[in-house]
Design a protein around this ligand. Structure first.
Ligand code: CUK
Ligand code: CUA
Ligand code: CA
Length: 647
């Protein structure tokens, strides 16, 4: 126990050291008992010299004291929870959850008419028909991996966050101004969207999506037993309209993807160049490849109509045998995984996974490759050995790369410049440091590293296993997201953060790039349908409070203003289809209301100046209470009313 207490005292001392001018760490260590600092009281109960030494080892603390704000936003994938999480860094405090592909009880995501529309309108007609037969309007789950913020000229522009759903082959867009999902699009002709990255220049632009699984095209029952006839599909979505731009047929499958800083290329890893369907087949070949997409060549073909059309999407043939200008295939040792472009815009790093090495490709050489001046292998300018199981790489903007090494459970810091020298045969050792992480790290990402503003301050290691790091919570364990200070010459581990399944990936964005509003614009396009509905009923949304009846359909326009609803009762007839439309008229920051109809599966959030609605069948006669479930006032409990369902 004493050890645990020491650790806690230490992390608080770190904050002393960084945020408040105090004596040396040695001086602190000699203190005993409570130490008053500012308005807070810190307990520094131990004074062992070796503990003090450990404190200096830890470098800058991750603690952000009460009342102080974090410097960075972290946007975390929620994996198969289907959501996105917003963290503050360096505190690693979870600030918000954004429901995306999941159902979310607090906000009513997937229950309100508005969210159900967003979740269903981007599905293909064929999927909508299929779901209808199952009594559904959309899928109920998703599997998110790669959250990415939109760019303008290689810098984050704070407009959108995009994320994939591997399980149901979709992508979603989150509006950063309100931190809510506003578009969901199913990718036709493909299955299991895994890799997702964005066009960086001139702006986003395209959302590039990899189908991980290969399928027949069209996938209508033909060629099922002939996997050699399946294709992999690379997709470009227009991120502004959230519609399909074009697709490319490829040889092999597609895993991860990244793009350059000039708007010319995207590059994807392939672990199944064997085009097999079993593990043995997919790992049989000594080498797989990355495929580089020539965006301009593809755009020209699409413009000229030199395409096949599949489900309304123009598709070009970028397979090896087509020998097109659309793609080039670079051989890479067996089963590579992550793809990461360097923030200086010069290189892209391919992570070996089954090979203990990473490959550095120079974008300028890719120009020469497409011009026919050099061969495929000549685009590789370095291939340093980093450790067992390299998965993903990130950067500090000072010429260093940081690779997550899964089997060795390490973050390996290496110099890109020295790796290139070594590859040329010069004497150089690129490896700078290997730091143990706990345990089995997947993605790693550093602050601002996916943009040209990489600032090399913080790095997260998203560990797949947390073995022994936290109290036992039963057979299902949290994962462990670790925060590492990379601002100095040495990496220093400063924080363990348990997480619910499963943050595959995260980005760290400086707070100056993220500027959400505090109160909704009541005329936001988000509410256009409700405004139109109210208008058709001769009402003004957010002003009028009225019940409209029309052939078994009832629309209840209700206002919420702390601590009351504008109606404390309304009546419907058994069998009516009831739509309750709530407008929050409070113009106060943080004053969300809710609307819950007991016993009717209706529960949703209504933010300040927002509107939201839900529809249900009133099929049980009697008195049914509705109430506000969002704490809003001292008399919040009393914010309630009754629905009379007449027999
Ligand atoms: S990932 Cu999706 S399986 Cu390495 Cu980006 Cu975890
Ligand atoms: Cu309104 Cu609680
Ligand atoms: Ca393979």
């Amino acid at each position: 126990m004493a050890t645990d207490d020491n650790k806690q005292a230490l992390s608080r001392r770190d904050l002393l050291g960084t945020s408040i001018k105090v004596a040396t760490v040695g001086g602190l260590a000699s203190m005993a008992g409570p130490v008053a600092v500012g308005s807070g009281v810190l307990t520094a109960s131990v004074g062992l010299p070796q503990v003090a030494a450990a404190a200096t080892q830890k470098g800058k603390g991750a603690d952000v004291p009460p009342g102080q704000l974090d410097e960075y936003y972290g946007f975390w994938s929620g994996g198969h929870s289907g959501e996105v999480r917003v963290l503050g860094l360096p505190s690693m405090r979870e600030l918000m959850r954004i429901p995306v592909f999941n159902r979310e009880s607090a906000t009513g995501w997937g229950l309100t008419n508005e969210s159900r529309k967003i979740l269903s309108e981007g599905l293909t007609p064929e999927t909508r028909e299929f779901l209808k037969k199952q009594g559904m309007v959309t899928y109920d789950h998703g599997d998110t991996h790669h959250p990415r913020m939109s760019y303008t000229d290689g810098s984050y522009d704070g407009r959108y966050l995009f994320i994939n759903d591997k399980s149901n082959t979709r992508i979603a867009r989150i509006r950063i101004d309100i931190m809510k999902t506003d578009k969901v699009l199913e990718i036709p002709n493909a299955q299991a969207i895994h890799g997702l990255r964005l066009q960086r220049y001139p702006k986003t632009g395209y959302v590039f999506c990899n189908s991980e699984m290969r399928t027949p095209l069209p996938n209508d029952g033909r060629d099922m037993n002939d996997p050699k006839k399946y294709v992999g599909i690379f997709s470009a979505v227009d991120g502004d309209s959230m519609t399909m731009a074009w697709q490319v047929k490829v040889s092999g499958n597609l895993d991860n993807v990244d793009a350059d800083y000039k708007g010319k290329y995207a590059v994807s890893t392939c672990y199944n160049s064997e085009e097999g369907t079993t593990l043995a087949e997919m790992t049989a070949a000594p080498a797989d490849h990355v495929v580089i997409f020539n965006i301009k060549a593809i755009e020209e073909a699409v413009k000229a109509g030199k395409v096949e059309m599949h489900q309304g999407v123009p598709v070009v043939d970028g397979r090896k045998e087509a020998q097109s200008m659309f793609t080039r295939y670079i051989p890479i040792a067996s089963n590579p995984h992550g793809v990461n472009a360097t923030p200086d815009g010069k290189y892209v790093v391919i992570n070996g996974k089954l090979s203990p090495t990473v490959y550095v490709i120079e974008w300028d050489k890719v120009d020469e490759l497409f011009a026919g001046k050099i061969g495929e292998k000549d685009v590789i300018v370095a291939n340093p050995e980093v450790g067992l199981g390299p998965l993903h790489t990130t950067f500090d903007g000072r010429g260093n790369a940081y690779t997550s090494v899964f089997l060795d459970s390490q973050i390996v810091k290496w110099s890109i410049g020295d790796a290139i020298k070594q590859h040329k045969g010069e004497k150089a050792n690129p490896i700078r440091q290997k730091l143990d992480v706990h345990y089995q790290v997947g993605h790693t990402n550093a602050s601002m590293a996916e943009s040209k503003d990489a600032d090399g301050k913080w790095l997260v290691a998203l560990c797949k296993f947390s073995k022994d790091r936290f109290l036992n919570v039963g057979p299902l364990k949290p994962e462990n997201d670790q925060l590492i200070d990379i601002s100095g010459d040495e990496m220093k581990l400063v924080h363990d953060g348990p997480t619910f399944p499963e943050p595959h990936d995260a980005i760290i964005v400086h707070k100056s790039k993220v500027n959400p509003v505090e109160i909704y614009n009541p005329n936001d396009p988000l509410f256009a349908d409700l405004h139109a509905l109210a208008k058709s009923d001769g009402l003004q949304l957010g002003v009028d409070s009225k019940v409209i009846r029309e052939n078994g359909k009832v629309r209840v326009y209700m206002l919420s203003h702390a601590p009351t609803f504008s109606m404390t009762e309304f009546s419907v007839k058994k069998g009516d289809e009831v739509t309750v439309i709530i407008s929050n008229t409070d113009e106060i920051v943080d004053l969300a209301h809710g609307f819950t109809m007991v016993g009717h599966n209706v529960c949703f959030e209504v933010g300040p100046k927002a509107h939201a609605s839900a529809t249900f069948k009133a099929d049980r006669a009697g008195v049914w209470y509705y109430y506000c479930q969002w704490f809003c006032h001292a008399l919040h409990m009393e914010m309630q009313g009754r629905m009379f369902v007449e027999a």
